[in-house]
Ligand binder design. Structure first.
Ligand SMILES: *Cc1c(COP(=O)(O)O)cnc(C)c1O
Length: 471
């Protein structure tokens, strides 16, 4: 790691990235390459001798960028956004520069302490109940992804229930969520999925949960974990947290709230209502990389009882023993996650919060929601299209309407439209299925998106649609 080489190459790399952002609109938003495209472009084995930065950057331009889908393009409207910002980028750079592995406090005290402080800051911005703050039994931790966050709390909850119910209960544990919950939960375990209420924007009905729990209890099973959603991935459905929390509590279940995307908006007082009831939860997660100008990865998890987590995850081999940990004076984040090693991620969130300030972040989020309203308006004024679920945040779910009630044809026409729009390279949207209907998702949240990009996107969608209708 030669300082002068870093200085020289680093400046060139920053120039390269700055130029990329400057010209980002010249690329097709969704990469248009075919599977396996890179195989023919690169050699079969690694070079034996050093090559120049020039040679590598040339290859990046010619061979890599064509295979990149430009998530930071202002016309990226697929999935949910992944934000990039100057502050987030600088924080990431600093973190990579220091390259510490903060698994325990002593391994880099600042990495642990800054994470605790920044997570408290964010908990306050979200107005989370005090129990989630670090001063008592609770606290926050940064995970790589929401999927990891969910797996962590589920394992904590499982171990907790097994401590009282006994190991034999393992095969009888039951996890509940609506059928709209993210596939991350299905990766973590087998879930009892409850059909979401199609009349209320696909939220989970408490009566249905209560019924399922009662039946399972009668059958000798152990209901132990409930995952509620604030902002589902398909359609931003919001589950009634307070009512779900009551059921969880009376059955001694762990209640987790997944607000990976929509949680970001809840730093605005006018959207905070969507996590009302979070006080009944045991844990809560939110992906700062999806909406708070923090570069991936940065997934925030708060728990009310950190000991439930550390009991499940702590391991203290001789080679990690140290005075501070043994005296119980410190947090060792290795005991709050699956892996041992961990990045200094709090630096970028800290830099984002300091260089922008909470008010800027709020207006940033409000602007995306305002743009989503513009798009929603445009769609609802067009007789060939329908908005499918009520828009709450900055995702609009819509589709071309069926002709002669032919739902099957309508589904295939919408998929055709999706492919036509994305093949144009002018924008990128994604889709989902809601009650068997193919639905297009227009998700606004890229930092560079302005109203003109939204209007241009709608123009392309309409043109492709009228072409399909004319065929
Ligand atoms: C994005 C998302 C996830 C998955 O997030 P990862 O960080 O990719 O694991 C989970 N739940 C919801 C509601 C999401 O929107």
């Amino acid at each position: 790691m030669d300082s002068e080489q870093l200085r020289e190459y680093g400046h060139r790399m920053v120039d390269f990235i700055a130029d990329y952002y400057k010209t980002i609109e010249t690329f097709p938003v969704r990469s248009q390459v075919q599977p396996g495209y890179l195989h023919n472009l690169l050699p079969d084995s690694a070079p034996d001798h050093p090559e120049t930065l020039e040679q590598v950057l040339d290859d990046v331009k010619v061979k890599i960028l064509p295979g990149v889908t430009h998530w930071q393009s202002p016309s990226f409207f697929a999935y949910y956004p992944s934000n990039s910002s100057v502050a987030g980028f600088l924080g990431e750079m600093l973190s990579t520069g220091l390259n510490v592995i903060g698994f325990s406090w002593v391994a880099s005290p600042a990495a642990t302490e800054l994470e605790i402080i920044v997570l408290d800051w964010l908990a306050k911005l979200l107005n989370l109940p005090e129990q989630f703050l670090s001063k008592g039994k609770g606290g926050g931790v940064i995970q790589g992804s929401a999927s990891e966050a969910i797996l962590v709390v589920m394992i904590a909850a499982r171990d907790k229930v097994l401590r009282t119910a006994g190991k034999n209960a393992l095969g009888k544990l039951v996890v509940y969520s609506s059928d709209q919950t993210h596939s991350a939960l299905q990766k973590a375990c087998q879930v009892k999925v409850l059909k979401a209420d199609t009349s209320t924007n696909f939220a989970l009905r408490p009566e249905l949960l209560q019924e399922a729990v009662s039946l399972d209890l009668e059958a000798g099973l152990f209901p132990f974990f409930l995952c509620g959603n604030v902002g589902t991935t398909s359609s931003t459905a919001v589950d009634p947290l307070a009512d779900l929390g009551k059921i969880a509590k009376s059955n001694e279940m762990w209640f987790h709230v997944d607000a990976a995307y929509a949680g970001n908006a809840c730093i605005c007082p006018e959207y905070r209502q969507y996590i009302d009831g979070v006080e009944t939860a045991d844990s809560f997660n939110m992906n700062a990389y999806k909406g708070l100008l923090t570069n991936f990865d940065c997934s925030l998890l708060w728990v009310k009882d950190q000991y439930a987590v550390t009991e499940a995850f702590s391991a203290n081999p001789e080679y990690l023993k140290n005075k501070a940990s043994e005296a119980n004076l410190v947090v060792d984040y290795k005991d709050w996650q699956i892996a041992l090693s961990r990045r200094f991620r709090s630096l970028k969130l800290w830099m984002v919060l300091r260089l922008y300030g909470a008010e800027t972040l709020k207006s940033y989020i409000r602007n995306h929601i305002k743009l989503a309203k513009v798009f929603e308006q445009l769609v609802s004024q067009d007789p060939n299209f329908d908005v499918i679920t009520p828009r709450i945040f900055s995702l609009v779910c819509f589709r071309m309407v069926p002709i002669d009630d032919d739902e099957k044809k309508c589904n295939s026409r919408n998929l055709e439209l999706l492919e036509a729009v994305n093949s144009s390279g002018k924008l990128f949207i994604s889709h989902t299925a809601l009650s068997g209907k193919m639905v297009l998702r227009f998700s606004i949240g890229a930092p560079l998106t302005e109203q003109k990009h939204v209007k241009e996107a709608w123009k392309v969608i309409r043109e492709e649609a009228s072409y399909l209708l004319g065929k």
